[in-house]
Design a protein around this ligand. Structure first.
Ligand SMILES: CC[C@H](C(=O)O)C(=O)SCCNC(=O)CCNC(=O)[C@H](O)C(C)(C)COP(=O)(O)OP(=O)(O)OC[C@H]1O[C@@H](n2cnc3c(N)ncnc32)[C@H](O)[C@@H]1OP(=O)(O)O
Length: 302
């Protein structure tokens, strides 16, 4: 039997890639009723406040707002469970192409609500909360939507981790991202370290985590954490972000979603598995409406 580059038999490799591909396709809207997850969901419900708001627009771009301005948009317990519900909603939004994640009232997010954190500071609850948020943010990043975090004001701790669960990050010129975990006697637990290494490389990730270094837009661009900077006071930042994102979301939804899937599989799977997935995703757009229309128009790429 042929072996792939990682030594996995080819058939097994194909099954794994296909399993991954179909898992991306299937709707996760039914919450996984794992008893531990159910337990932490119930516990998180004891810490209310704020909301996670979702607006799905005709343009195919949705706006998700972390909304708890009295606490600089810190995540209360109910906001953590609401985030999972909003991600579920987006997983079933087949017309969607893009997503903007932002904070209310001119600031991004100051991480977990410290009042809730104090109440669940025992290791068991901490582990369950961490697992819950890791899963939700992994699902957020894996949505077949091109996502961008619009960072205004501050993104601290878990808020900085949330930015890494998007494909792109835009900052306003006065904004700041800081992984404050070390100052809190912690490391990231919402998947932020693993994702950060993939975005900026391990040297830069070490600097940001071990030094709790403040990232302003210039430094962010220099290390590849930040994709673009919006000048404060020049128009509406949300409109500017929609315009920025639309360069990638223009066109047919199935094609944009297919692009995200092939990039995601390239990022997450071995080369052989990613190639298998790419073939299957290709099969979903080949001969599809957008492809036939382009062929009929004899499109030229001048
Ligand atoms: C470490 C990872 C961990 C995780 O769960 O994985 C976390 O995310 S822990 C949380 C990490 N974040 C923090 O430690 C933020 C602490 N807060 C601050 O540094 C400041 O409040 C700041 C910089 C966000 C804003 O400073 P500013 O001077 O502009 O405003 P205030 O300090 O007056 O804040 C207004 C109001 O918001 C409350 N606040 C801010 N952040 C949180 C938070 N994370 N949890 C709960 N409450 C928060 C702050 O206490 C003020 O409330 P007030 O009632 O007016 O005192």
């Amino acid at each position: 039997m042929a072996l792939c580059s990682v030594g996995r038999p080819l058939l097994q490799n194909t099954r794994h890639a296909l399993g991954w591909f179909f898992k991306q396709k299937q709707t996760f809207c039914c919450k996984v009723h794992d008893s531990q997850e159910e337990e932490i969901r119930k516990k998180l419900q004891l810490f209310p406040g704020g909301s996670i708001d979702l607006q799905k627009q005709e343009s195919g771009i949705a706006v998700m707002t972390v909304n708890n301005p009295a606490r600089m948009n810190a995540f209360s317990g109910t906001m953590m469970t609401e985030l999972e519900e909003r991600v579920c909603e987006l997983e079933t939004w087949t017309e969607g192409k893009g997503l903007i994640v932002r904070g209310a009232a001119g600031t991004f997010c100051s991480g977990s609500d410290l009042n809730a954190v104090r109440a669940i500071s025992n290791p068991q609850d901490g582990m369950k909360m961490c697992m819950f948020m890791q899963k939700t943010l992994t699902r957020l990043l894996r949505l077949p939507l091109i996502s961008v975090a619009l960072v205004e004001g501050k993104a601290l701790g878990g808020g900085a981790e949330l930015t890494t669960a998007c494909d792109f990050r835009l900052m306003t010129s006065d904004a700041m991202i800081q992984f404050v975990h070390k100052h809190m006697g912690l490391v990231p637990g919402w998947g932020g370290a693993a994702r950060l290494v993939r975005i900026v490389g391990s040297q830069n990730a070490l600097k940001l985590l071990a030094g709790s270094k403040k990232v302003d837009p210039d430094f962010g661009k220099q290390i590849g954490l930040v994709d673009d900077v919006l000048t404060v006071g020049e128009g509406n930042t949300l409109v500017d972000t929609e315009r920025w994102l639309s360069q990638f979301t223009k066109g047919s939804a199935p094609v944009i979603r297919a692009v995200k899937k092939v990039v995601l599989s390239g990022r997450e799977l071995s080369l052989d598995e990613a190639l298998t997935t790419e073939r299957h995703v290709f099969g979903t757009v080949w001969g599809g409406p957008a492809n036939l229309e382009a062929l009929a128009l004899k499109t030229k790429h001048k």
